[in-house]
Design a protein around this ligand. Structure first.
Ligand code: 16G
Ligand code: ZN
Length: 529
């Protein structure tokens, strides 16, 4: 049971700065670390309630992903390793904003609304990234858990997707894997080694990769994992956090948004490189060509490579499982066109934010989702998984081989969340199996030149959107203005949306040339003003 008076007393030790209002957004709570102590404590309390209500293990991750080192944040992870359910995001916001004297009342309110059985046991697992503030903040989460009578396991340093994996394992009685970092490494490396056994080029030539770890958790975890596949893949780690600052001039978000290589990595022409973000749930690839031009391979091209590989395997085994690719409005128009017209796979667009893509991808036997920024994974339905397992036993020769590959691919993809380590291994395996160089992969299609801008406005919520954020509904006249601007350029597209993580409006534009994309983005941002 919960001792509400003890909670109130303890809460005062994690007092909320008066007047501070926060919102549980697309990525949980995220601000300067010094303002987060009360939020952490209260998310400990909330995780206990959610655990009681779902009668399952709940996860709490302390991270601010690609944000600057001074920031921090917190996210709750639901029983199947998914993002917190929307109704609970609201509870989280209420609890975080409650004034000190109201904490008890809000807790009871949530328990009542969500029909939480307070007698139920609670279990919470915690992970954190490498930020200097993370350790102390995760202690505040633990404080909240223990004072409300919950049990917990603190994993300490973990990537975000590893925590999602742990939660998923624990709530499926170990069927998905062992809920330890060792279990995670074993599951992934076994699948990777089996998959690449058949690789056409097995010398160290083709399986060599440089990884920019954003000076974050990815460096620690990749280094641990390297011991599990001694010779299969040679990876060189950069920005491992010993000298540089987290996410500073490096990492997946920096590379994607600046469209240039990170600092702190040595790149030779045509060498395959990739960047993780600060909590290792995003990955992008890139290289310099022989003429010194930089080429970025983002989430869209990753989705395309994976889709084409999976489609080939399905064709080989002769089974008609339905595939769907899920993107957001940020997907490059060329990628959508290529997937639909050349590869003939159905493409769907959802709102920005992993929970939306993940949810949509669950509708298919094989749901491939990636945001252009490099967050994504592939989900396999239970039916698809069972069918593939069965075929791997029944079929013979080439067909059997293809079914076995699919079986390993299922194990290699993190089914709970987008995962830079897991995605990297899938990509490396596909490139090796198909004998593709990074240039050949890049050449699948040519990205339309594009530009993103941020606009500061008094109140970003005056902009509301529809059609998966591709059309502005308010303020009146804005969409018409954008339509008129878009008409002036060839192969053009543009949209605006309020950011879910920063107090700004984001503008996206693409067109037939970089100059056009730049000037369209600029004109649209003036229309927003
Ligand atoms: C968060 C989301 C990411 C999304 C980004 C958009 C998760 C785990 N992360 O980082 O998917 O692309 O927000 O940010 O959902 P924005 O709303 O500021 O553009
Ligand atoms: Zn991240």
């Amino acid at each position: 049971d919960m001792d509400l008076d003890a909670i109130t007393k303890h809460s005062a030790l994690h007092a909320k700065p008066s007047g501070l209002i926060l919102q549980y957004g697309t990525a949980g709570f995220r601000i300067k670390a010094e303002h987060l102590d009360h939020v952490m404590f209260r998310m400990g309390l909330l995780a206990v309630l959610r655990s009681k209500q779902t009668k399952s293990t709940i996860g709490v991750m302390v991270t601010a992903s690609h944000n600057p080192e001074e920031d921090n944040g917190v996210k709750l992870v639901d029983p199947l390793g998914e993002m917190l359910a929307p109704s609970w995001e609201e509870h989280a916001t209420c609890l975080a904003n409650a004034e000190e004297q109201d904490v008890q009342r809000v807790l009871l309110d949530i328990s009542e609304k969500a029909a939480v059985d307070l007698q139920q046991d609670a279990f919470v697992v915690i992970g954190r990234d490498t930020r200097p503030s993370s350790e102390k903040l995760s202690q505040s989460v633990i404080d909240g858990i223990t004072v409300s009578g919950g049990q917990f396991h603190d994993y300490g340093l973990l990537t975000t997707p590893q925590l999602h994996y742990m939660v998923y394992c624990r709530n499926t009685q170990g069927q998905y894997g062992k809920a330890t970092t060792e279990g995670y490494y074993q599951k992934l490396s076994k699948a990777f080694v089996e998959l690449t056994k058949q690789a056409f080029c097995s010398g160290d030539e083709c399986l060599s990769l440089k990884v920019d770890c954003a000076n974050g958790i990815g460096a620690l975890k990749l280094r641990e994992m390297k011991n599990y596949f001694s010779e299969g893949l040679s990876i060189q780690l950069f920005n491992v956090g010993t000298t540089g600052k987290l996410n500073h001039l490096c990492g997946a978000d920096f590379v994607k948004s600046h469209q240039k290589p990170p600092q702190g990595i040595e790149m030779k022409p045509n060498e395959r490189c990739c960047s993780f973000d600060g909590d290792a749930d995003r990955i992008v690839y890139y290289y310099y060509d022989a003429d010194g031009h930089f080429h970025l391979i983002d989430g869209d091209k990753i989705a395309t490579l994976i889709s084409s590989f999976l489609k080939e395997l399905l064709l080989e085994i002769g089974e008609s499982l339905n595939i769907g690719v899920v993107q957001t409005a940020y997907a490059n128009g060329s990628s959508t066109r290529y997937l639909e017209e050349v590869m003939k796979v159905p493409v769907y667009c959802t709102k920005t934010g992993v929970k939306h893509l993940h949810h949509k991808a669950q509708e298919f036997d094989i749901g491939i989702y990636f945001e252009a920024n490099g967050h994504g994974t592939v989900l396999f339905s239970k039916t698809a998984e069972m069918k593939i397992k069965q075929l791997a036993e029944e079929l013979e020769d080439k067909k059997r081989k293809a079914a076995k590959m699919l079986e390993n691919i299922i194990d290699l993809f993190n089914q709970a969340a987008g995962d830079a380590i897991s995605d990297m291994l899938v990509i490396e395996a596909i490139l090796a199996l198909k004998g593709l160089t990074i240039q050949q992969w890049d050449a699948l299609y040519t990205d339309l030149p594009n530009r993103q801008l941020k606009v500061k406005v008094a109140d970003r919520q005056v902009i509301s959107t529809t059609d998966a954020e591709r059309k502005a509904v308010t303020p009146p006249g804005l969409q018409e203005a954008i339509d008129d601007l878009v008409k002036k350029y060839k192969l053009s597209r543009a949209f605006v949306r309020p950011s879910g993580t920063e107090d700004i409006v984001r503008v996206y534009a693409e067109a037939d040339s970089q100059e056009s994309a730049d000037s369209l983005a600029q004109e649209v941002s003036w229309a927003v003003f």
